[in-house]
Design a protein around this ligand. Structure first.
Ligand code: UN1
Length: 505
C-alpha cells in the first residue's frame, strides 16, 4: 500500500460515498484525517429527537428479532463476518485514514471484528442456562436467558470499529438491536460498517429492519440514548470522565451500564525476565497505536538489578522506530488523533519534568510537511517515583519508567492507579508469576505473564476494575450482560409444597 490512497474510490467501494459529502455542507460534521489534517468530507448529524425516533425503530426491531431462534440470528452474523472478510483491506485502510493507526493495526482491527463474528456465531448455539436442583419433590428449576432490548453503544475514536463489533455481534445473537453513537472523530468508519451490515441484513429473510442504527452527533446525541428508559443497556467505551457522566444517569433510571473506560496499565520487569521479549512487548504496547489504546503500557517498573541493562536497549529500540504516514508499510508510529491530544502530551511531559522526570524523546516531528497533523516521537520518561503525573492516563505515547527493589512494594505501587484495566509481569520465576496473578497480585481485569498489556484476543472477557468501570465485553460469558435471566421453577407433581418447608394450610 502506498502512502496515498484514492480516498473517493475507497469511500465508493465501502458504500459511503453518498454519506460523505463535500466538507462545506452546512450543519454537517466535518471529518479530518489525522494523517495530514486534510478534510475527508462531512457527514450528517443527528439530533436528540432523531435518536428518540431511532429508539422507537429499535424497539420494533426487537419485538421481531427476539423471537427469531438464536442460531438463525447467528447465521446473519456469520454472513456479516464473510462481508467483513471481503472488505477487510478497504475497511482497514479507512480505519487508518480516519483514526491514524498504522495499516497493520487497521487490518488487525477488522480482523478483530471477524474474530468476534465467529465467536458470536458459535455462541448463538450456546446461550446456556443452568438446571438447578430443587429442594421440592416433583419440581424442576432452570435458568433461561432472554433477549434484553435495544442496546446503546458509545465508542471511542481509537478503536472505531472493533469495539462496536464486540458489542453489536454479541447483542445481535442475543436478540438485541443496537443504536451506535460513534466518536465524532471517526463517524465515517461507523457509516461504512452500517452500510456493510445493511447490505447483508437486507438479504436475510429473518432480519427485521433497524437491527443496527448509527447516531452521529455531539454529546446530546449520546445523552438522548443514555437517558431513555427504552434502552435497557448502555455499553460505553471511552474516558473515565465520560463514564462518570454516563453511569449516574443510567443508574438513576435503574438501567444497566457496561463500562470500559480508561487504563493506566503497568508492566513489572523482574530480575529473571527475558529482556529481549520484554523490549519487544514494551515497544508494541507503549508505542503501538501511538499510545492511544486503553490498554497501552504507561507505567514500567523495572527491578534495579536489570534496569541499567533494559533501559539502554529500550531507548535504542525507541530510536529505531519509524514515525510517519500510517499508510506506509514501514511505519510503526502514526499521528496522534489531533492537536488537543498533542497539547495534552506536551503538558504531561512538562509536568513530568517538573516532578523530576528525565524525558527522552517526545518532540513533535514532520511539522513542516504536515502543519495540520500531529506526529510525535514516543517518549520514555525516567521518573524518581510514582508521582502525580504517572498516576494520570495521558492518551499519548509516554512511558514512565521506574526502578523497584521489592515485589510486594511494586505490586502495591502498581495497584495504586485509579484504573484497573490491564497489567503484566515479565519473569521466568514461577512464584513471582503466580503471585502476580493471585488474589494479592494485580487488581486489574487483565493480568498477563510474559506478554504486554495490550493486544488482547477476543475470546477472553475484556474490561477492568475500579475507575475502568467494571464492565466486560467480547468473549467468555460477557454475553450475559446483553440478556435478561429468568429463573423458572416448574411443578410437575400433584402437590404444592412450599420452599423452606413453610406450612400454609
Ligand atoms: C481499546 O483500546 O479501547 O487489547 C480496546 C487491545 C485491543 C482492544 C483495545 N484488543 O489492545
Amino acid at each position: 500500500m502506498s502512502t496515498t490512497i484514492d480516498r473517493q474510490a475507497l469511500l465508493t467501494r465501502l458504500g459511503v460515498a453518498d454519506d460523505v459529502a463535500a466538507s462545506d455542507n452546512p450543519g454537517a460534521l466535518a471529518v479530518r484525517s489525522p494523517v495530514d489534517g486534510a478534510p475527508i468530507g462531512s457527514v450528517a448529524v443527528q439530533t436528540p429527537a432523531d435518536v428518540k425516533d431511532a429508539i422507537g425503530r429499535a424497539e420494533a426491531a426487537f419485538h421481531a428479532w427476539r423471537s427469531v431462534p438464536a442460531p438463525k440470528r447467528g447465521e446473519l452474523v456469520r454472513r456479516f463476518g464473510d462481508a467483513l472478510r471481503a472488505h477487510k483491506d478497504d475497511l482497514g485502510a479507512l480505519v487508518s485514514l480516519e483514526c491514524g493507526k498504522i495499516l497493520q493495526e487497521g487490518l488487525g482491527e477488522v480482523q478483530e471484528m471477524i474474530d468476534i463474528c465467529d465467536f458470536a456465531v458459535g455462541l448463538s448455539r450456546q446461550l446456556y442456562g443452568l438446571t438447578i436442583a430443587s429442594e421440592r419433590e416433583g419440581h424442576r428449576m432452570m435458568e433461561t436467558w432472554h433477549p434484553l432490548g435495544p442496546v446503546g453503544v458509545i465508542s471511542a475514536f481509537n478503536f472505531p470499529v472493533a469495539v462496536w463489533a464486540w458489542n453489536f455481534t454479541i447483542a445481535a445473537v442475543c436478540g438485541d438491536p443496537v443504536i451506535w453513537k460513534p466518536s465524532e472523530k471517526t463517524p465515517i468508519t461507523a457509516l461504512a460498517c452500517q452500510r456493510l451490515w445493511e447490505s447483508v441484513a437486507g438479504d436475510y429473510e429473518h432480519a427485521p429492519e433497524h437491527l443496527s442504527q448509527v447516531a452521529v452527533g455531539p454529546a446530546d446525541v449520546g445523552e438522548a440514548l443514555v437517558r431513555d428508559p427504552r434502552v435497557p443497556l448502555i455499553s460505553a467505551t471511552g474516558s473515565c470522565r465520560m463514564g462518570r457522566s454516563v453511569a449516574p444517569v443510567v443508574a438513576a433510571r435503574l438501567g444497566r451500564c457496561l463500562l470500559e473506560l480508561g487504563g493506566n496499565n503497568g508492566m513489572i520487569v523482574a530480575p529473571s525476565a527475558d529482556l529481549e521479549l520484554a523490549v519487544r512487548a514494551i515497544l508494541f504496547s507503549a508505542v503501538g497505536t501511538t499510545g492511544q489504546r486503553c490498554t497501552s503500557l504507561r507505567r514500567l517498573f523495572v527491578h534495579e538489578d536489570v534496569y541499567d541493562t533494559l533501559l539502554p536497549r529500550l531507548k535504542s529500540a525507541y530510536r529505531g522506530v519509524r514515525i510517519g504516514s500510517p499508510l506506509a508499510d514501514d511505519t510503526l508510529v502514526g499521528p496522534l488523533i489531533d492537536g488537543d491530544s498533542h497539547a495534552r502530551m506536551e503538558a504531561a511531559l512538562a509536568q513530568a519534568r517538573a516532578e523530576g522526570g528525565d524525558v527522552h524523546g517526545g518532540a513533535r516531528v514532520l511539522e513542516q510537511e504536515h502543519p495540520e497533523a500531529f506526529y510525535v516521537e514516543p517518549a520514555i520518561v525516567e521518573m524518581p517515583g510514582q508521582s502525580a503525573i504517572v498516576l494520570e492516563e495521558t492518551f499519548a505515547p509516554i512511558l514512565y519508567a521506574m526502578r523497584y527493589r521489592d515485589l510486594d512494594a511494586v505490586i502495591a505501587l502498581h495497584n495504586a492507579a485509579e484504573q484497573g484495566l490491564s497489567s503484566c509481569i515479565f519473569t521466568t520465576d514461577l512464584r513471582e508469576a503466580e503471585r502476580f496473578l493471585s488474589p494479592s497480585g494485580s487488581d486489574c481485569g487483565i493480568a498477563n505473564v510474559n506478554i504486554g498489556p495490550s493486544g488482547a484476543e477476543i475470546g477472553g472477557a475484556f474490561g477492568g476494575e475500579k475507575a475502568t468501570g467494571g464492565g466486560r465485553e467480547a468473549g467468555s460469558d460477557s454475553w450475559k450482560a446483553y440478556m435478561r435471566r429468568a429463573t423458572n421453577t416448574v411443578n410437575y407433581s400433584n402437590a404444592l409444597p412450599l420452599a423452606q418447608g413453610i406450612k400454609f394450610d
